[in-house]
Design a protein around this ligand. Structure first.
Ligand SMILES: [Zn+2]
Length: 464
């Protein structure tokens, strides 16, 4: 019998391939979907031919640095330099009589020195940022300006120490922040990423993000992890599903340690290539207990940067001593990175419902020097994602872009982390992560090699 009723929808996407061939969206949500030809009773205001390409749920990148990603376009990235000599040549070439300061990013090479950067200039401040953004090298001129020459005589500053340099770095205007955020959005959407978790969102970028969303200039969905006193004071309570599910402010980022490259990651036994040095904890027990207590009171999710094995042990011991598993589980606390993780912590992670937020791409790019830092024996504690999964620990996946590339297809094995896992990690499993009736119409359409189209809330926001 023929259907005698019609259903008016906003957009019908048809002629797709894969597990779903067509999808109907209305007001940003999935109204219906299926395989084969779309049913005749769907009356669409707009029809979009997917030309036989495959439909995938929108990717959720659970660890990005939005502002940093966009601002890289306007910075000098020295990641391509293969030697210190090459770096020196480039820096010297940048200095003109008008230069008042020089800052470059992305350095991947060996350790630099004060002496080396002083060869570039003795009268203008110079900063070279390490690729992981957890350490910098500066010249004598800048150390003198900041009055910290005695404290950091090598010119190497990592993690908390970098705060000393803040007053001497060029101020970024709201307009530059806006341009950077828009640039980041373009890059991410063109890779089929429809949602991101922005790590360590400071007040100014967050305010700009809100303005862009108010003006409907931003299509990407963003869940922020607040960072810094100003941002945390401005948002004392979580705010979720703002701007039609485009912005969540419900998490805070806490750094427990630094990065392996700069030997700031906190290890349970010394670095193989730095005897007696285990890395640097960035928080004390007293501070952390108070931070966790406050977060639980105000219903914030806490996102801990824990890269070395001792960092996760430290947090879990505090949770186990002072807090009930139920109250922590409800807030879905997250451990970021877990690059070096002792399997003995997995039962406690499970007990407290900790989400493992991992960046598989880090392991690939750190591989060449990882063994030198950790020693052979410890290599079996690197990237134990399969063990976590087997233990029933929820996982989500991220790129840590711009430190690593953000194309999710590079980590094919981890599709689940980038969809269902990412949705759970931001409390959005009812609206994101899979393509189902009643969820947000966020998806990408892909041919073998390329993202052909990205759709957010039923609107095409990127087309190749
Ligand atoms: Zn990061």
């Amino acid at each position: 019998m023929q259907a005698c009723w019609e259903l008016l929808i906003d957009t019908l996407f048809y002629n797709g391939k894969g597990r779903i061939h067509w999808l109907a969206s209305s007001r940003g949500w999935i109204q219906d979907l299926g395989t084969g030809k779309p049913p005749k009773h769907l009356l669409a205001k707009k029809k979009i031919n997917l030309e036989g390409h495959e439909i995938f749920p929108g990717w959720i990148d659970s660890h990005v640095h939005l502002y940093l990603l966009g601002s890289k376009k306007y910075e000098l990235d020295v990641g391509f330099c293969s030697s210190q000599d090459e770096l020196l040549e480039i820096l010297k070439g940048e200095v003109t009589p008008k230069t008042s300061g020089l800052e470059v990013c992305g350095w991947k090479g060996s350790e630099l020195s004060l002496f080396l950067l002083d060869q570039v200039s003795s009268c203008i401040p110079i900063i070279v940022r390490r690729v992981d953004e957890h350490a910098v090298w500066v010249n004598t001129c800048l150390l003198k300006k900041a009055n910290i020459l005695k404290k950091y005589p090598t010119g190497f500053l990592a993690d908390k120490a970098m705060k000393h340099l803040e007053p001497f770095r060029p101020k970024v205007s709201p307009h530059e922040i806006e341009a950077a955020l828009m640039e980041a959005e373009i890059q991410l959407l063109s890779d089929g990423i429809t949602s991101v978790h922005d790590m360590a969102t400071e007040l100014l970028p967050l305010k700009t993000l809100i303005t862009l969303m108010q003006q409907k200039k931003m299509n990407l969905r963003v869940s922020c992890a607040l960072y810094g006193k100003e941002a945390c004071n401005a948002f004392p309570k979580p705010q979720v599903n703002l701007f039609n599910h485009h912005l969540n402010i419900r998490a805070k980022k806490i750094f427990i340690d630094g990065a392996l490259g700069s030997r700031g990651a906190w290890l349970s036994s010394p670095y193989e290539d730095s005897p007696g040095h285990c890395g640097t904890p960035l928080s004390t027990e007293k501070e952390l207990v108070s931070t966790i207590r406050k977060a639980l009171q105000n219903q914030f999710q806490l996102i801990f940067h824990v890269l070395g094995d001792q960092a996760s042990i430290f947090v879990l011991e505090i949770l186990n001593t002072y807090f009930s598993p139920k109250e922590v589980r409800d807030r879905r606390f997250r451990f970021e990175h877990l690059e070096v993780c002792h399997p003995k912590v997995l039962p406690l992670m499970k007990k407290f419902g900790i989400i493992a937020s991992v960046q598989p791409w880090h392991i690939v790019s750190d591989r060449p020097w990882l063994e030198k830092r950790l020693g052979k024996k410890r290599m079996n504690t690197v990237g134990i994602f399969d063990k976590m999964k087997k233990k029933g620990i929820p996982l989500c996946g991220g790129s840590d872009t711009p430190i690593e590339p953000h194309d999710p297809r590079l980590v094919k094995k981890f599709v689940h982390f980038y969809t269902v896992g990412g949705a759970y990690a931001e409390f959005s499993e009812d609206t994101k992560g899979t393509l189902e009736i009643g969820k947000l119409a966020d998806f990408s359409v892909r041919s073998k090699e390329k993202t052909e189209m990205t759709v957010v809330g039923g609107e095409v926001v990127y087309a190749r």
